[in-house]
Design a protein around this ligand. Structure first.
Ligand code: ZN
Length: 243
């Protein structure tokens, strides 16, 4: 299992900031740590890397791409978004975390506005496991509780999920589709909500479990070329099947 972990890596570079205190080496390093412990091969890349780290070589290598971005979605070059999108259609898995709901690659892949409501007030979140037989919810109980989170509320402007895994309830009363799956081309996409940069969400063992499960689920069978529309002038029925 080859996992390319993409992090914007801007919040955590700000001196004396909460994100830097919680994730001194970046969110990507923490995610890489627990995925490696689970036996996965990982590469970490960031926005400021050449081609944002999304070289053809890295995209060829990866089975699944994890994406975390927030304050600099607009700085991701459209040409690189197009490249990643082609790879998703060829079978690269995408695990989009938290504020990646507004990442160019997520919006392009799903085709809707991906808007939502939000509030940063350290509220309790309870993620209900609404799909207990789904591969992504294995090893978890009937819910996950996070004591301090940023609230995301409905309506979440996404296409109807092919499979819904978690629905969140927040202390303030809102609800949200926190774990949702889609397929686009040969690619599988999993969105998972938790992960605001000022809370230590990615150290939570249940969150780590969901992300690991999500990576396993999102691995597909990649094609080595883009899909095509071949002209078939003669049918098998006409020319006969090779014996
Ligand atoms: Zn956030």
């Amino acid at each position: 299992m080859n996992v390319l972990i993409w992090n914007e890596f801007r919040h955590e570079k700000r001196a004396n900031s909460k994100p830097k205190e919680i994730y001194p080496d970046g969110i990507h390093t923490v995610i890489a740590g627990f995925l490696e412990k689970n036996g996965m091969e990982v590469r970490t890349v960031t926005l400021d890397d050449f081609e944002h780290g999304c070289s053809v070589e890295n995209l060829e290598w990866a089975d699944v791409l994890i994406w975390w971005g927030h304050m600099a979605h607009g700085e991701v070059q459209n040409e690189i978004v197009e490249r990643i999108h082609k790879y998703i259609l060829r079978g690269l898995g995408l695990v989009a975390l938290h504020s990646a709901h507004f990442a160019k690659i997520f919006i392009k892949t799903l085709g809707t506005g991906c808007t939502l409501s939000w509030r940063e007030a350290g509220e309790k979140e309870r993620l209900w496991n609404v799909n207990p037989s789904h591969p992504i919810s294995q090893g978890l109980g009937s819910y996950i509780e996070l004591q301090n989170t940023e609230m995301y509320g409905e309506p979440f402007d996404i296409p109807e999920p092919d499979e819904l895994v978690f629905i969140s309830w927040f202390e303030g009363g809102e609800v949200f589709r926190s774990g949702a799956c889609w397929r686009r081309g040969r690619g599988k996409i999993f969105y998972f909500r938790p992960g605001h940069e000022t809370y230590p969400i990615y150290y939570d063992l249940n969150v780590q479990k969901v992300i690991s499960n999500g990576v396993h689920w999102a691995k597909s069978f990649k094609s080595d070329s883009d899909a095509s529309c071949p002209n078939i002038p003669e049918s098998i029925e006409t020319i006969g099947v090779d014996k």
